[in-house]
Design a binder for this molecule. Structure first.
Ligand SMILES: NC(=O)c1ccc[n+]([C@@H]2O[C@H](COP(=O)([O-])OP(=O)(O)OC[C@H]3O[C@@H](n4cnc5c(N)ncnc54)[C@H](O)[C@@H]3O)[C@@H](O)[C@H]2O)c1
Ligand SMILES: [Zn+2]
Ligand SMILES: [Zn+2]
Length: 438
């Protein structure tokens, strides 16, 4: 798939953009540790050139915290198109400003900042409304344009389908248009509370807010990885009367029950999830959120179709959601699908008047200040609840496998570099992936 997608993209040529993914290397050839993709289930920590200011709005960060996201697993499995060997991955990270380009006036070397996972231009119609994930001017992928008719913003470390920008699972990273895409963090907020403003917090918030979760709603959440765990907390904060989480990983089900007090359904015990939901909630759910993943089909039908490349993505979860919500219920697809699926229950969607909303790559800039100022600083939402492990960047390749196999009760991980501060009080100390229990 990668070779065909890259060939097609080459044939189409790239779309002109405001900024460019290639970066200048620092003089002298110094290198940094970075995680690069080489093939399905083949990622490696390599020595990559340290980036220098390449375009006048650039900021170079020394990364003080990075992590792995469920979306990285789609890359790890080769499910996202237009990956190239040697691409540096990682889209959720923070750091200290190391160098600024000549146009950058509001950021100073040494300042602590979080980076958005998407790269916004700050000036197009979408950016004017802070819909940063939908920026029109930073993604050069004509392949995405061909498939979707339009393009999302460019993303860090997320294949050439989203612009080919080197990512933040590295010791240094170049942030184009740094004044727009970096959020300064107050001194009293430690890295472990700030870093996830990059992605998982705004993403989970987006799907809850956009589906309009309100007091009294009954909310179902498919997938209890970090996104699902945060969505559960946001739903409760917005007044949901019940939250039901669905997964099959015992540690994740237990984590959700004990840490957030929600009800759960283990789909390895209840193979008919929809039937179980109606037993628990005869009226149906008000809101259903897809925080899962599409590379683990449950039914033979989809396993076969996916293996034969008759579909790229799988409709099982979305169908369960559409059937489980009440008439005029709302369904949010925050799980990052990218291609096509078969057997979609379009009839139930239409006949029940179900609303598909709360979708899309989440616009980080729309939410990150609100989350920081209204929830993190006053202590209403403490993102450290989801951090189960901290590892050095040297373990990044092993972390892909451990996170993919969900070993040792892993939820969210904090990955440290040579520039990180010591772990904050109450947060996990550094461990090595080799020592995790399988
Ligand atoms: N839209 C965005 O802006 C955005 C941003 C970040 C992440 N995401 C997406 O959100 C999703 C969740 O991310 P994460 O970091 O929590 O991932 P994760 O891989 O850690 O967690 C996914 C969970 O879904 C569960 N799951 C798989 N199939 C299921 C099924 N049929 N029913 C119920 N549960 C099922 C898995 O067991 C797992 O625990 C991913 O698809 C990711 O790509 C989207
Ligand atoms: Zn992500
Ligand atoms: Zn823009």
């Amino acid at each position: 798939m990668q070779a065909a997608a890259n060939k097609f993209q080459e044939h189409l040529g790239t779309v002109p953009t405001e900024i460019h993914p290639e970066y200048k290397h620092v003089e002298g050839g110094a290198t940094m540790k970075a995680l690069a993709w080489f093939g399905a289930k083949d990622v490696r920590v390599v020595a990559a050139p340290i980036p220098d200011i390449t375009e006048p709005d650039d900021v170079i960060l020394q990364v003080t915290g990075t992590t792995i996201c469920g979306s990285d697993l789609h890359l790890y499995h080769g499910e996202i198109m237009a990956l190239q060997k040697g691409d540096i991955l990682g889209h959720e990270f923070m750091g200290k400003v190391f160098k600024v380009g000549p146009n950058v006036t509001n950021l100073k070397p040494g300042q602590r900042v979080v980076s958005s996972f998407q790269i916004a231009c700050g000036k197009c119609d979408y950016c004017k409304e802070n819909l940063s994930s939908f920026c029109d001017r930073t993604n050069n992928s004509s392949l995405q344009n061909y498939m979707y008719g339009q393009r999302d913003a460019g993303f860090f470390g997320y294949s050439h389908f989203t612009g080919g920008f080197p990512g933040g699972q590295a010791e240094y990273v170049r942030v184009p248009i740094g004044e727009v895409n970096l959020l300064p963090i107050p001194d009293e907020i430690p890295d472990e509370k700030a870093m996830y403003l990059s992605d998982v917090l705004p993403t989970s918030y987006h799907t809850v807010v956009d589906t309009g979760v309100k007091p009294g709603d009954v909310v179902g959440i498919w997938g209890l990885g970090p996104i699902g765990q945060c969505a559960a907390r946001w739903a409760l904060l917005k007044g949901a009367s019940r939250v039901i989480g669905i997964d099959k990983v015992p540690s994740r089900l237990q984590f959700a029950e004990s840490k957030s007090g929600i009800e759960t359904i283990d789909f390895s015990q209840y193979s008919d999830v929809t039937k179980r939901i109606y037993e628990l909630c005869p009226r149906g759910l008000d809101v259903a959120l897809d925080c899962g993943t599409f590379h683990e089909p449950k039914t033979l039908l989809h396993k076969v179709q996916k293996t034969l490349m008759l579909e790229t993505d799988v409709s099982e979860t979305v169908n369960e959601m559409i059937v489980s919500v009440r008439k005029m219920g709302r369904c949010g697809i925050i799980a990052a699908y990218a291609g096509y699926t078969n057997g979609f229950n379009i009839g139930a969607l239409m006949e029940k008047g179900v609303r598909l909303i709360g979708n899309g790559q989440a616009p980080v800039l729309k939410y990150w200040e609100e989350i920081l100022n209204d929830y993190i600083i006053p202590g209403k939402f403490d993102p450290t609840f989801m951090i189960t492990h901290r590892v050095p960047i040297d373990d990044m390749a092993k972390l892909y496998s451990a996170f993919d196999n969900r070993i040792d009760g892993v939820e969210k991980v904090f990955v440290e570099t040579q520039f990180s501060s010591a772990p904050s009080a109450g947060c996990p100390l550094t461990s090595r992936v080799d020592d995790w229990q399988s």
